[in-house]
Design a protein around this ligand. Structure first.
Ligand SMILES: Cc1cc2nc3c(=O)[nH]c(=O)nc-3n(C[C@H](O)[C@H](O)[C@H](O)COP(=O)(O)O)c2cc1C
Length: 285
């Protein structure tokens, strides 16, 4: 299982340990906590990326900078090797989002995305992709990019992946530059999907008072992306620095993706720890 060490407001050793190498030491954090690019003066960590990330659906034609592509490819290779996932970066190819029919009119200008390719033989594949994909998603945000996880509004057949018969495209993470301000249509789509976030009390059966790490973990999960913003994951507090995460029983393959994403957010918010895979899996600090 991925191991993630972090300290609030500080430095991250990502699950692979090597990710910090993308930036010169000391350039992860700023006092005001904002970052734009790997070449820029300011940097952001993944916890800060949680705060600024919003799903964006209208993209500018700006190509991804070479250094960004290299950084993402490097991260993807490390994460894939660690958990035996398959993520693939597609650049300058919007075929899967072209045409009203394919994107259901929701996305415009998509040129770049990361395919999360699941192995149907591995029952944990979708969850692992959710977890690792969210590291890629948040990292893209730290690089100044806009993103959206997409499980429905694209054409799987038009993705340029060579799939084995056991593989399927679980979902993709669109990345690219977007206007600072969301367009009117983007705001409408977001408004339609984005009901108010669940309260922390709705996400757990644990009685108050909660330890700080548990509350901070839940707060980070509140800001996690989930399919149609359903926020399906609930958390229990076992005590002694241990929690569990559970999803409702469902045949929806995006449910375990939501679970993996929520686990990653919880671990970042809680200040690091180790998750066991699966619904009901335990987190220990
Ligand atoms: C697994 C998954 C699948 C998603 N599929 C779509 C999709 O098909 N179309 C879309 O417009 N947004 C999709 N989203 C984005 C969600 O609608 C979005 O995360 C949610 O509304 C919360 O908004 P936020 O990401 O801005 O916080 C998906 C998100 C996840 C995690």
């Amino acid at each position: 299982m991925n191991e993630l060490h972090s300290s609030r407001g500080g430095w991250y050793d990502l699950p692979t340990g090597e990710h910090k190498g993308f930036w010169p030491a000391g350039r992860w954090m700023t006092d005001d906590g904002c970052v734009r690019s790997i070449g820029g003066e300011m940097t952001m960590d993944l916890l800060q990326a949680i705060d600024v990330r919003r799903s964006r659906r209208k993209y500018l034609p700006t190509p991804l900078p070479e250094a960004t592509v290299a950084a993402l490819l490097d991260l993807i290779a490390q994460l894939d090797a660690k958990e035996n996932t398959r993520m693939e970066l597609v650049t300058d190819n919007g075929a899967a989002f072209e045409g009203l029919r394919r994107s259901y009119g929701m996305f415009t200008g998509v040129r770049n995305y990361v395919g999360l390719i699941a192995d149907r033989r591995d029952p944990l594949s979708f969850e692992k992709l959710g977890y690792n994909g969210e590291i890629v998603n948040l990292t893209a945000v730290t690089l100044g990019l806009s993103t959206c996880v997409v499980g429905g509004s694209f054409s799987r057949d038009a993705c340029p992946f060579a799939l084995s018969e056991d593989e399927t495209v679980a979902c993709v993470i669109v990345i690219g530059e977007a206007d600072d301000k969301p367009s009117v249509k983007e705001s409408l789509v977001r408004g339609a999907m984005h009901r108010r976030s669940k309260t922390m009390e709705q996400m757990t059966d644990a009685a108050q008072p909660w330890p700080d790490w548990f509350r901070d973990g839940l707060a980070a999960v509140q800001k996690a992306p989930s399919a149609v913003n359903r926020q399906p994951v609930t958390f229990s507090l076992i005590g002694g620095g241990v929690a569990t995460a559970t999803t409702p029983a469902s045949d929806d393959p995006l449910m375990p993706v939501d679970l993996g994403i929520a686990k990653l957010h919880f671990a970042l918010g809680a200040g690091g720890g180790i998750w066991q895979w699966g619904s009901g899996g335990a987190f220990s600090r």
